[in-house]
Design a binder for this molecule. Sequence first.
Ligand code: CTP
Length: 436
Amino acid sequence: MNLEQNFQSFLSEQAYAVVKAVSQIASDLGQPVFLVGGAVRDLLLGRMSHDLDFVTEGSGLALAQTICEALDGSLTTHERFGTAVWTPPAQLFPNTVDVITARKEIYKTPAALPEVTPSNMQDDLFRRDFTINGMAIRLGGPQHGELLDLYHGQRDLEKKLIRVFHQQSFQDDPTRTFRAARYAGRLGFALADGTKQALINSLNEIKLLSADRVRHELEKTMAEPLPMPMLEILEDLGILKAVDANLVWSDTQRIALAHLDGLLSLELGQSAAKEVSKTYLRLTTWLTNLPQSEETALSITNCLNVSADIRRDIEKVLKVLDASKTLEDLRPGTIEKLLRGLSAAQLTLLQANQQLPKEIKTLIPTYFNRWRLIKTSTDGNTLRQLNLPPGPSYQKILDHLLAAKLNGEINSDSEENEQLTHLVQNIMTENKKSAS
Ligand code: CTP
């Protein structure tokens, strides 16, 4: 099967230019080179592909060096694995490109890095996660564009099946459990019977992954255009439970995530998306909608080693949820105090939260657009000029005035001054009483 036609139809113009240039360079060197992995899978599925991974039988580092010299950009190399990551000039191609030596991998212990030895395409394709990702296209020379499918990847693509190469695969690399769910959800594929059983048999090994690796997999899931089917599969296969018993995906989390995605097209959501990424908001929405106490929240943030920013946002959301339980009224002044100081991202997380009462949620955009911007004319300096001794009474007075202004009880500077005089007098009298 020759796939040169698919290059032209399903690679971007820039990606196609890179493939052509790499083919030419490898031909000139007389070095066999192949496009592998996701790009081949997507080309066969007729999906646009933006990721390019090249494998060569020979030195990947030398090939990468030649590519970089010919086309410019920069190179990061990992001698031990025979891998290089080429960053092309942005105008040529916007993504990084992997160029590696064909290799064989041996996993001595589950979830650890494999031992790597240079080898041929047969071994290189066999070391991969799934048959649909284990195909290659030869580049350059008379067989340019020929599909190399040694393990029935194409058959599995047609049957819509995710299949591992061998029963140890998930034990060797438990991140493949997350990857299986991602491809199944993204492509609408099922796990082949033996693969499903192999995955279930290796759930215990998930605990061997570092928190960072697990979080990275979940972030990749949340970065997908449609993460929900994948999360459903992660839950159904018991992968989430294997990470932490409190990490669940049920109706509450599904509704929250759908709600968040809707909010991102509104004004507040758009401000939130300028502060942090969509992936960040989705992940944090999930974590703040788990059935949780502070302890479970802490256990999950630890087992995913989330960033200090996510921890802070979770704490803020939980604090507001807690305070909202005893809120006495929903007047603007009360809501302003409840939400004061929260970022657009934190407010969006609250809006997506399934525990926060609806009546409060609906007031959040008004807080963000109007109430947040209203200030009193009085400030700390005004209070000092009135000879009020600095202390907690300052905040009390300022809060009181702001709430009164927001609630429509103060409608002008002179009304504010009147209230201020009254409040200061009261505090002075109280101070005198307690001093005597
Ligand atoms: N791979 C693997 N095992 C892993 C990670 C990657 O075998 N744990 C192999 C697969 O062959 C995969 C290739 O490395 O196709 C590139 O990995 P990655 O870029 O993560 O995946 P893509 O297939 O490009 O998929 P995606 O479309 O999700 O980017």
